[in-house]
Design a protein around this ligand. Structure first.
Ligand code: NAP
Length: 310
């Protein structure tokens, strides 16, 4: 029986692993197919404290993994197929099936992250991370003085556009309908910003590029099918995220968008099961906040284990 299993090896799971390993819990970290999480998809991380020159996302993740290993965290590759609650005489424990192999644990931290939704275009994948991005705060500052496109019409699209308006030359939002889904205040801010314009009722049908860089996007009107090319150095997708919570549906409480519900101490409704990072957080979604939640979850797991051992 494991004391603590951490599901997910992004910045939230790895920070939980560092804390738990230093508390001698010898955590087992299960890294799924997207080991390292969304930081693996970004380049320069310039807003993680302690790195005045910035740090590459994958380097940050690798260093966190080394740090966790140094204190005794163990790693197991594989995808979680199922998660279930078991009972012994005293306490709940949990069974996690990873690629057919059963792992039992007294506590679990779920840090499976979220995946940004994509449009589904071949060209979007070709230029991914070379002009096509999913996080404006992470990658926007790479386009200082350039024109960029944001796709989407929700709070994220407005928020990312407002951020990009400060760090780039000009922002064009492309939205598929004639009105935003975003909250009134976010809409007003975006619509009144002189550095942001909106192309309504339109979809991006192709990302245009030369060699390894993006030069623009091809847009199609949903009203009359008219196709136009728009020059831009980058496209930021803000069409929503999908929390990676499917394995926990029906066992834990999820909100209407699939995010796992927990209290402010990262405790889910099941004793000994905690969450951290983007599978819980739909508001901040930052590396530093995910790391903070990983720390909280590990401290809570340690406290819980102390409680049940008495
Ligand atoms: P969202 O509210 O689901 O909005 C996604 C937007 O992308 C919608 O406008 C949608 O268009 C569009 N979209 C979806 N799939 C598309 C596709 N395949 N092609 C083109 N457009 C597509 O997602 P979100 O903006 O990430 O927000 C998620 C949640 O987090 C919301 O509850 C939001 O309020 C919250 N949030 C809050 C803040 C804040 O308060 N500061 C900031 C960010 C997010 P349609 O409108 O036509 O469906």
């Amino acid at each position: 029986m494991e004391k603590l299993v951490i599901i997910g090896a992004g910045i939230a799971g790895l920070t939980a692993a560092i804390y738990a390993a230093r508390a001698n819990l010898s955590p087992l970290v299960i890294s799924g197919k997207d080991e390292g999480g969304q930081l693996m998809l970004t380049t320069d991380v310039e807003n993680y404290p302690g790195f005045p020159e910035g740090i590459m996302g994958p380097v940050l993740v690798t260093k966190c993994k080394e740090q966790a290993k140094r204190f005794g965290a163990r790693f197991m590759d594989g995808n979680v197929e199922s998660f279930s609650v078991k009972n012994d005489v005293k306490n709940n424990f949990y069974e996690i099936v990873v690629d057919g192999e059963k792992v039992e644990s007294l506590t679990v931290i779920i840090a499976t992250g979220a995946s940004a939704k994509m449009l589904g275009l071949e060209s979007e994948l070709r230029y991914f991370n070379r002009g096509v991005h999913t996080c404006a705060t992470c990658d926007g500052p790479l386009y200082g003085g350039k024109d960029v496109v944001v796709v989407g019409g929700g709070d994220s699209a407005c928020e990312e556009s407002l951020f990009l308006s400060k760090v780039t030359n000009f922002v064009t939002i492309v939205h598929r309908r004639d009105e935003f889904r975003a909250s009134k205040i976010m809409q007003e801010r975006a619509l009144s910003n002189p550095k942001i314009k909106v192309i309504w009722n339109s979809e991006v049908v192709e990302v245009l590029g030369e060699d390894r860089r993006v030069t623009g996007v091809r847009i199609k009107s949903v009203n009359d099918g008219k196709v136009t090319d728009l020059k831009a150095s980058a496209m930021f997708l803000a069409i929503g995220h999908i929390p990676n919570s499917a394995a926990f549906n029906g066992i834990l409480d999820l909100d209407e968008n699939g995010y796992i519900k927990a209290d402010s101490r990262m405790r889910t409704k099941l004793p000994g099961v905690f969450v951290a990072g983007d599978v819980y957080d739909k508001v901040y979604r930052q590396a530093v906040t995910a790391a903070g939640m990983g720390c909280q979850a590990a401290l809570e797991a340690e406290r819980y284990l102390e409680g049940i051992s008495k």
